[in-house]
Design a protein around this ligand. Structure first.
Ligand code: ADP
Ligand code: MG
Length: 564
């Protein structure tokens, strides 16, 4: 056996550890959920890889997680017979922060405990949450298929460094022993541990086994998984009938897969049979994750093939603008050895994807129609801006998405909330009104204060007040709704109003106006392309408009800001 070597944690890991221990103290039992979730991932990986390499199972038939504790030593141990890690993998996965999400997460911490603990919950605290309850963590692991002599032992007190040592390990997989801190005796209790498992990990897809009673050292040596008690349901919840499942079941499963402490806003559970066979269980969260606006973030769908976990972040199953959807899709028609490359151009996947998108959009439409708009409003306030991306991204569903959009408008000008749909706008349109009118500005206040609104106010024509960052982009792709064009009130192309006023102007008046515009044109020669008399203003003497086909004023300002 080789000597023990000492390594230093990455600086970010130290930071993360401190913050986490601090922020999550009141939620400390989640360490178990995180370790169980890692064990479950490791079992998923093993099962997936054994499909093409039988020897990896090393003759062990049952894949399971086991949990035990020792009152004398004051330890809690979680073991799995999953894929395990090589020495290099231990170094890469534990002790360093590999994925960029973690760094972003650290950057987004505010120092406000309540807020940050919410962030941490969504982020998935992972392995380091062990240090909330332990002052020393020992991890022993061996990669499946590796020589027994090539096990690796990792020990750390969570204070800047860890040691590594090569050890022999009989069985594949990982075993993690937590040496509990002084005040953590509550976890040396059968009932308490079991309770945490049923609360957080009931629907983990593998059995979680526990010692039936406290064992002495000798008994522990001789116990096998068979003699332990299974404490979770270990059912793939999505394979069960809806009628067998309670809201509580759905909520627990949501929390297991989403790392969100909160409740889901809605779930959609469907079994599809016939030429294409698959089951989907999709969730809409109530609260947005901290990295919602990061379009490259991991996706929230898990892909299974006949209950075997294939991959996370199945972006091929959900478009970017629905990246907040969480859940599981289990297909019977994909090969078990499916890869990302295969997914990319697979007819089955395409069909599942478009059906899932339809399901989500239809569900949102249903929420929007409900008597009680509360759920849809919650959805819109948290995810509406992301959904708007769909108008640009998903041509096939553009109309459906457009119906879900909500805006502030001059109809209920006193509210900041975006509650007006395009349908409701259309229902209020005046008889001879030709278009749906909007104004885009940097802020809602700027939109409301725009001189362009004067004539519309006077005529009693409703105008949508747009001020989200994405709105300019949105309206450049949404040219019409319900057969009516969308028009910016700052554009020059509003002839419908000019002609009407033109009728009762005398010849003399016209001449005087021409002389005036000529004069102004000369003065502003360099700055503008045209000068015109308008009837659109009532209180303000003049305003700038954009020419047809030109960038709108707001877009021009945005480009300027970006240094274009
Ligand atoms: P995450 O699970 O979100 O990746 P964690 O901090 O929970 O983050 O785990 C970090 C990594 O350590 C995992 O991605 C995995 O590669 C590795 N790991 C943790 N626990 C185990 C385990 N029981 N078996 C195998 N690998 C593990
Ligand atoms: Mg994890």
């Amino acid at each position: 056996m080789s000597a023990r070597e000492t390594h230093a944690f990455q600086t970010e890991v130290n930071q993360l550890l401190k913050l986490m221990i601090h922020a999550l103290y009141s939620n400390k039992e989640i360490f178990l959920r995180e370790l169980v979730s890692n064990a479950s991932d490791a079992l998923d990986k093993l099962r997936f890889q054994s499909v093409s390499n039988d020897s990896l199972s090393e003759g062990e038939d049952e894949l399971a997680i086991s949990l035990s504790f020792d009152k004398d030593k004051r330890t809690v141990t979680i073991s799995d017979n999953g894929i395990g890690m090589t020495r290099d993998e231990v170094i890469a996965n534990i002790g360093t922060i590999a994925n960029s999400g973690t760094k972003k997460f650290l950057e987004s911490l505010s120092g406000d405990q309540a807020k940050d603990s919410h962030l941490i919950g969504q982020f998935g605290v992972g392995f380091y949450s062990s240090f909330i309850v332990a002052d020393e963590v020992e991890l022993v692991t061996r990669k499946a298929g590796e020589d027994k002599a090539n096990g690796c032992k990792w020990i750390s007190k969570g204070e800047g460094e860890f040691t590594l040592e090569q050890v022999e390990k009989e069985t594949k997989g990982t075993s993690i022993t937590l040496h509990l801190k002084e005040d953590m005796d509550e976890f040396l209790d059968q009932y308490r541990l079991k309770n945490i498992i049923t609360t957080y990990s009931d629907h983990i897809n593998f059995p979680i086994k526990m010692q039936k009673t406290e064992w002495d050292e000798e008994a522990k040596e001789n116990k096998t998984l068979d003699e332990m008690e299974q404490v979770n349901k270990a059912t793939a919840i999505w394979t069960q009938a809806k009628s067998e499942l309670s809201d509580e079941d759905y909520k627990n499963f949501y929390q297991t897969i989403s790392h969100d402490f909160g409740e889901p806003l809605a779930h959609m559970h469907n079994k599809v049979e016939g030429t294409l066979e698959y089951t989907s269980l999709l969730y809409l969260p109530k609260q947005p994750p901290f990295d919602l606006y990061d379009r490259d973030r991991r996706y929230g769908l898990k892909l299974y093939v006949k209950r075997v976990f294939i991959m996370d972040d199945a972006e091929h199953l959900m478009p970017t603008y629905l990246r907040f959807v969480r859940g599981v899709i289990d297909s019977a028609d994909l090969p078990l050895n499916v890869s990302r490359e295969i997914l990319q151009s697979n007819k089955v996947v395409d069909k599942i994807r478009s059906a899932s998108v339809k399901r989500v959009l239809d569900h949102l439409a249903k929420m929007a129609k409900a008597d009680d708009q509360e759920d849809f409003n919650t959805f819109w306030d948290n995810f509406g801006q992301v959904l708007k991306e769909g108008v640009v991204e998903d041509f096939a569903n553009k109309d459906k998405i457009a119906k879900l959009l909500r805006f502030t408008s001059t109809h209920e000008e006193s509210t900041k909330e975006q509650r007006q749909s395009l349908d409701s706008y259309v229902s209020r349109m005046q008889e001879d009104q030709e278009a749906i009118y909007y104004i885009v500005a940097d802020t809602l206040a700027a939109a409301k204060g725009s001189p362009h609104l004067e004539m519309f106010r006077k005529k009693g024509i409703e105008v949508l007040l747009l001020s989200d960052r994405i709105d300019e982009w949105l309206v450049s792709h949404l040219n019409e709704f319900d057969g009516k064009p969308l028009k910016s009130i700052t554009s020059a192309d509003l002839k419908e109003f000019d002609d009407e006023a033109e009728q009762d102007v005398s010849e003399e008046e016209k001449k005087a106006r021409e002389a005036l515009t000529e004069k102004v044109k000369k003065v502003l020669e360099e700055q503008v392309s045209d000068v015109r008399i308008t009837h659109r203003l009532t209180d303000s003497p003049a305003c700038v408009v954009s020419a047809e086909g030109d960038m709108s004023a707001h877009m021009a300002r945005m480009m300027e800001q970006m240094g274009q």
